[in-house]
Structures are given as structure tokens and as C-alpha cells.
Write a protein that binds this ligand. Sequence first.
Ligand SMILES: C[S@@+](CC[C@H](N)C(=O)[O-])C[C@H]1O[C@@H](n2cnc3c(N)ncnc32)[C@H](O)[C@@H]1O
Length: 455
Amino acid sequence: MNATEHAVPMAGVPAAGAPVAGVLDLAAQRVEAETGLAFAGAKRRQFDAALGRMAEALGLPGAPACASWLLAGPWDDARSALCARFLTVGETYFFREPRALDLVCDYALAHLARAEARPLRIWSAGCCTGEEPYSIAMTLRRRVPRLPPADVTILATDLNEAFLDFAREGKYRRWSFRRSDPADLAAFFRPLADGRFEIDPQLREQIRFAGLNLATGAYPSAATGTLAMDVIFCRNVLMYFGPEQVKRVIERLRDCLVDGGWLVVNASEASTQLFAGFTPVYHEDAVFFRKGAPPAPVPSTVAAPAAPVFTPPVAAPAAAQRPHPAQPSAPLIAPVVAAPDSAMARVRALADAGRREEALQCLRRAVEAEASSAPLQQDAALFALEHGDRTLARHCLRRLLYLEPDSAIGHYLAALIEDAAGRRPRARSLLRDCGRLAADADLRGAVQHWLERLS
Ligand SMILES: C[S@@+](CC[C@H](N)C(=O)[O-])C[C@H]1O[C@@H](n2cnc3c(N)ncnc32)[C@H](O)[C@@H]1O
């Protein structure tokens, strides 16, 4: 694509010589308004770097020129495609977070039991290269064979047309099967000479792939086929949007669902405050929101065990208590200092008053309300460990490592849990990652010491 024909300055576009940061800021705002993709705070550098690459693809001299091009004139397919190509994240694989597939099967069985005349309607919103909708189709064929494929419609949409073309072609490399084995899926895939696997054409025909921008597209709407959905998957999409956009998208997705229908998001996206009109149902690795049902009780899957289980390895407390060169009495893993009126401060106040159960209840609420806050998840994991709720701690650490895959502390705490549960190989692997990621010499030392004891 060459942008020079689009690059004519227009009214409202910053003039040449306008401060570069200002132009980039405006472009980031426009991209967020048009695509939902938000690049505030730490993500902003990613945006500036991507603008540089976009400029190259357009044959423009640099990021500011590309920003001006994005700002000039009406938002069109060329701008949308460029943003989709350079700003979206294509991370996906077959059978991701399988508990959501259990939900679809349970729903399908209930649908069959009710002998409903209408087809079951499922939507994968932000389907990427197709692994998610194909996993849904395969799971239903396998586990609910009584449901004829003709009685299920699966809509799969995305902003990125290149991802959709890939999905329609349906040829996947081994990497897409990183949590599954293509050999187990022989009924659905044909191995190709080049090492890829091609999806069964019948399965492909069951899915309708279509472009739909969740930020500005038409839904619910008969025109896009997004009415009366039973289950909507919108996993690992909202996390890239700004808070206002997330709220609007959730409201509109809710309007696309039948009463009692389900919205599935990733656990780290599931701040319950955003899901008005839904009942959350919690699992350790996922949260499902049911439209219109009465409020659910606190999830049993994150209930506290009876006794504290925080038994760090012998090496860790010693290292933890070793004086830190810069902060003489700093512990190895210091809780984030909570503002006096913050949820963590309330949790600690309850614990200090000897009200452990209430503290953990309060913590569970905070963990869901601030699902996308990495510091909160880290602090909550530490607190949960200290107060004997290993399940809650794991829940928080999963989120922390999702939000910050390079968190050394997250790896360290996860290793503690794995070790306490007797899963030593997993603990070792987490510790090795922690050692690689840790900038802090004390933490690296503690990891080394602990690894030696585990070997
Ligand atoms: C990380 S992938 C998630 C794929 C899949 N849902 C999963 O969980 O495995 C995020 C997808 O969201 C899509 N996306 C981002 N912004 C979007 C928008 N405004 N409208 C529709 N899709 C969008 C991206 O193109 C990308 O395919």
C-alpha cells in the first residue's frame, strides 16, 4: 500500500511542524475511537513503534507522517486494515481455556433437552485466525453428537481481514495445536505435505467468517447476523480496549444475547463492575457472565482452605530476611503499599482485626473488581498465600502472569504454590524463569539457592 495519495493535509490535521508528541497523541486517540485499541500508559511506546513500522509499509518518512495520514480525512478501509495489521495481537490456539467449551456443551445439551425449534447460535467475537470457532465446532461434534451441525450456527468475526482470510483457508501449523495434539483430531484435520493441517471442509462450512469492528460495527443487528445469540465468546479482546469502550462493547454484546445466554471473557478481563445485567460464575481460569439471572453467591471454586499453606521454601525466607543493600530491611517480596482507602487496605485492616474470612471475602471482591490491575493481583496473591488460600492465590497469579508475563515475582510465587503442592518439575521450571527475569540480585540469589535444594 502506498499512502502518498492519501497524505494530502486536510482541515483539522496538525500542520507540518506541529509538536510530534501532539500528533502521535491525536493519532492514538483516533485509533482508539475507531478500533477500540487503546495505548495509554506503558503501552504507548508500542504504539509509537508500530507507527514507525506502519510508515515504512506506507512509504512515508516516519511515525509523525503516518500519524498525520491516520488523522487526515474520514476513517476508511485502508486505515482500518493498516491498524488491524500492525496493532492487533494474533495470539490464539485450539482448545484455549477448555472450560468455556464445557459451558457450550452444557448449554447445547440443555438446548436439546428443551427441544427448541430454533438453532443454537454461537458467536466468536474477535476470532482471530479461527482456532476458537473451530474448537467450538469440533467440541460440539464430539461431545454433543445428537445435535445436528445444521442446528448450530457459528458466527466468527474480527477486525483483521487478513486473520479472517487465514481462518477461511483453514490450514494450521503445529503451533496452533500447542495445547492439543493434531493426532487426536484426525477426524477433523488432514495432514498436508508441507507439515500443516487442513481443517475438514464440512467443519469450515459450518462457520460464517465476517469482518466486524467491535468498536464501531453494527451489532446487535440483523444485518450482521448478531441477534439472539446463545453464547458469545469475546476472549482476550477487551483487554486491548480502553475502559469506556469496554463498557460500551459489553453493553452491546449483552443486547445481542437471549435471556439466560452467556458471555465468555478471559478471567483477567472480568471486572464485575463492567458487567451490569449479568450474573458472574467464577472458575479458577475463567469467568462466565450469564445474562439476566439473579446475583450469584461468592464462587465456591475460590473458597478458602481450612489451614494456612504459605510455607515458603527454606531458602526463600533466609534470602528474604537478608539485608537488601539499598533498603536495609526490605522483604524479598514486599506487598505493594496500599492507599489508606484502597481495597487492599480494607482487606489488611480486617485481617489485622482477626477477621480472616471477611478479609478473604473482601479480597475476592477486590480481585474481580480490579481484574486488570497487575499490582493488585500480585498483592492479593501474596496476601492469599499468607492467609492460607492457595486456590485464590493461584487465581490471582494466573491473572498477574497473563497481564505481566515477565513478572519475576509472579513466577516466584507460582513456584511456591507448585512446590507446596508437590509439583516439583513445574516449580523448578517457574524458578528458572524467575531467575532469568529477576532484576533484583537478592531474588536471583534466593532462586538459585532454592533450585539447588530442589535438584
Ligand atoms: C488475542 S486475539 C484473541 C483470539 C481469540 N478470541 C482467543 O481468545 O484465542 C484478539 C483478537 O481481537 C481482534 N480485535 C482487536 N480489536 C478488534 C475490534 N475492534 N473488533 C473486532 N476484533 C478486534 C484482533 O484482531 C485479534 O484477532
